[in-house]
Design a protein around this ligand. Structure first.
Ligand code: GAL
Length: 407
């Protein structure tokens, strides 16, 4: 009798339903990897991406946890074939996408791709509108592990995309989520949530739909622009959790590409110290660590920043808490991130143009009693302290990042 009942249940509960309900098994910590957009723009190719993948291994980045090699806009044409499959740009990817994914998997890395819910991507190439399941199936067949799903030209033009009501945006993102789930392949799902121009914190549904969402407009290799991206994510801390991350955008650390002036934004590049601060604060806010520089040509200084184990461990901490700004005194700020084991990471951020001292109390860090304080850039313990600590002589645009461990 029980057996019959079991068979009846199995008949009505289809495998597709089971897949759709499967718990997330990816992005339990912020995804780490590299994306082609910041340094190559649409001028991406299999050859360039393979060289990047090789460099991710040779530089030691793979060993500290970087995994995903993601090709952004520009891999496809503006056409579909008669069966509805997207036509890959064969001048850039002569052996197709699967061959590239296989190469990347062969290095022990994972592979990511880009699309958009509209008819066209931001570069006016083919988007997924109306062909979501076909595209998701192709991704799964190629071995895609990560999808960046942008917001442009939805359903057909830029203007329509900007005026899309939040409910339609939600539907578009849910549709691709379901198509990806139907494939049965675990795929990190990353979106850009600028639809309808509303603030992202008015989208409480987002944590159930995607693994990460962009909180602001595009980053640039520029100190002020980097801080703008940080601000876009700062007050969304309550969303962050294993399986969902706020994304202030990809890293600009070590990006030597000369940028086109864009949207009137100053194209002054960051200094090496500013890159280090940018990396520190992305680690503090549990941002996905997606490098955007040319890994094949980066200097040793840049490699050292991207592969700082101690900072990466702060970012990847298993509690999955996003660091919060607990003090904001003009240009001097204190950020605290709760870590497993009752530890805290504290960043003393000097946004001013002068060196500064920044102190913080245990109350601000939400701890009590004696703690060992360690400087995560010099990798030295600075001493044991009872109730407060003062960071001294913090250079302009620098961040002192400390680890507090209870004695
Ligand atoms: C933008 C997006 C960038 C990049 C670009 C590609 O909307 O924010 O990160 O993906 O599109 O066209």
């Amino acid at each position: 009798m029980l057996r019959e009942l079991f068979l009846v249940i199995l008949t009505f509960v289809s495998p597709a339903w089971l897949v759709a309900q499967a718990p997330t098994s990816v992005a339990l910590t912020p995804p780490m990897g590299w994306n082609s957009w910041n340094c190559f723009r649409e001028d991406v190719s299999a050859e360039k991406v393979m060289a990047i993948a090789d460099a991710m291994v040779a530089s030691g980045m793979r060993d500290v946890g970087y995994q995903y090699i993601i090709i952004d806009d520009g891999w496809m044409t503006d056409q579909r074939d008669q069966a509805g499959h997207i036509v890959v740009d064969s001048t850039k990817f002569p052996n197709g996408i699967k061959a590239l994914a296989d190469y990347i998997h062969g290095l022990g890395l994972k592979f990511g791709i880009y699309s958009a819910p509209g008819r066209y991507t931001c570069q006016k190439l083919m988007g997924s509108y109306g062909y979501e399941q076909i595209d998701a199936n192709d991704y799964a067949a190629w071995g895609v592990d990560y999808l960046k799903y942008d917001w442009c030209n939805y359903p057909g033009t830029r203007e329509q995309a900007m005026n899309t009501p939040a409910e339609d945006c939600q539907q578009a993102y849910e549709l691709m989520r379901d198509c990806l789930r139907n494939t049965g392949r675990p795929i990190v799902y990353s979106v850009h949530s600028t639809c309808s121009g509303e603030r992202k914190n008015s989208f409480p549904w987002i944590t159930d739909v995607v693994h990460m969402h962009r909180s602001g407009d595009d980053i640039k290799d520029n100190w002020d622009r980097m801080l703008y991206c940080l601000e876009s994510t700062a007050d969304l801390w309550h969303y962050a959790q294993p399986g969902f991350w706020n994304d202030p955008d990809m890293l600009e650390v070590g990006n030597t590409t000369q940028e086109r002036l864009w949207g009137g934004i100053d194209s002054t590049k960051m200094t090496t110290l500013e890159y280090r601060t940018h990396f520190s604060i992305w680690c503090m806010v549990a941002a996905p660590l997606i490098a955007g520089n040319n890994l094949a040509t980066m200097t040793e200084e840049i490699t050292q920043i991207l592969t700082n184990h101690a900072l990466v461990a702060v970012n990847q901490d298993s509690l999955g808490k996003q660091g919060r700004r607990v003090r904001n005194e003009g240009a001097l700020e204190v950020w605290v991130k709760e870590l497993a084991g009752n530890r805290r990471a504290v960043a003393l951020l000097n946004r001013s143009d002068q060196p500064a001292n920044i102190a913080f109390s245990w109350e601000e860090a939400d701890v009590t009693g004696e703690h060992t304080v360690r400087n995560l850039w010099t990798q030295e313990d600075v001493g044991d302290f009872q109730e407060a600590y003062q960071g001294q002589g913090i250079a302009a645009h620098d961040a002192l990042v400390l680890l507090l461990t209870p004695k």
